[in-house]
Design a protein around this ligand. Structure first.
Ligand code: NAD
Length: 267
């Protein structure tokens, strides 16, 4: 049920912390994994080499330089995957992140637009439009997994555009699921709680090397019933479950929080 040997999975933002965690889980389950990234924070070939070491089979991890907020770049990326590897069956929309933090009044509109564009246009709309239209035109089934956040349900303070974009990810996961169901295309989401990534490290730690939490980092731990940040292994089971047609083939429009209980914390 959890064997993914016939799947070709594209992961956008694949060189990031969460993208790599997804990659490891999917490789373990036998999938071919394709990373799409701009390669700005971490070079793509470095990540591919690192993941090759943990891959059980040869020729199962690939990387392409793709800017997901640029339609032409995504189209080119898709043609390359089809030519070099095979027909993609799963798209994981993992590209995204936040930039800084401010009061509502001081929110810089240029940064606001950048964050919306990264998480919503590149992080969901453009790759989904291109993959879904390819599947529909070729009479193929497929599956999309969006990466939502705790911010999709409850706003995180000071990160206005991130909150706006991630709540839209939750909404569009449901809307797109209904739209694509007649074509056999599933659309689901995973909502990680707090995992240390490049994008949030400086918000959660005052000194990452010394593991000194910022007041915000401490507050998150205090509001997480499991009393810790997420570990990347925590995401493995959910991503394999959602990617597996056999395990979750009748599930669409659903987003699963993986957050140590953050969303159910109460007094
Ligand atoms: N880390 C967390 O605690 C957490 C929690 C909830 C949700 N998320 C979400 O998970 C996803 C991955 O986060 P992460 O923590 O691994 O961050 P990360 O910064 O480690 O990785 C994000 C990746 O997205 C890539 N990216 C951004 N814009 C892109 C573009 N236009 N084209 C191609 N690639 C692009 C970046 O280069 C980076 O490799 C994001 O959507 C983030 O919002 C993270």
């Amino acid at each position: 049920m959890f064997n993914l040997k016939d799947e070709v999975v594209i992961i956008t933002g694949g060189t990031g912390t969460i993208g790599k965690a997804f990659s490891r889980a999917l490789l373990d389950a036998g999938a071919k994994v394709v990373l799409w990234s701009r390669g700005i924070t971490v070079p793509i070939n470095e990540t591919v080499k690192e993941l090759e070491k943990s891959a059980k089979t040869e020729n199962s991890i690939f990387g392409y330089s793709v800017d997901v907020s640029d339609k032409n770049s995504v189209k080119k990326g898709l043609s390359a995957v089809i030519k070099d590897i095979g027909i993609p069956t799963v798209l994981i929309n993992g590209a995204g992140g936040n930039k800084g933090k401010s009061s509502f009044i001081d929110a810089d509109m240029k940064v606001f637009e950048e964050v919306l564009k990264m998480n919503l246009l590149g992080g969901l709309m453009i790759p989904t439009q291109i993959l879904a239209s390819y599947w529909i035109d070729n009479n193929l089934q497929g599956s999309v997994i969006n990466v939502a956040s705790a911010a999709s349900y409850i706003p995180l303070s000071g990160v206005w555009a991130y909150d706006a974009a991630k709540s839209a990810v939750l909404n569009l996961t449901m809307g797109a699921a209904k739209e694509f169901a007649p074509y056999g295309i599933r659309v689901n989401g995973i909502a990680p709680g707090f995992f240390i990534g490049h994008q949030n490290r400086d918000l959660l730690y005052t000194d990452f090397e010394k593991k000194e939490l910022s007041p915000r980092g401490q507050s998150i731990i205090d509001h997480t019933p499991y009393r810790r940040f997420g570990r990347t292994e925590d995401l493995k089971g959910t991503i394999v479950f959602l990617a597996s047609q056999k395990a979750s083939g009748f599930i669409t429009g659903v987003t699963i929080p993986v957050d140590g209980g953050y969303l159910v914390d109460n007094i």
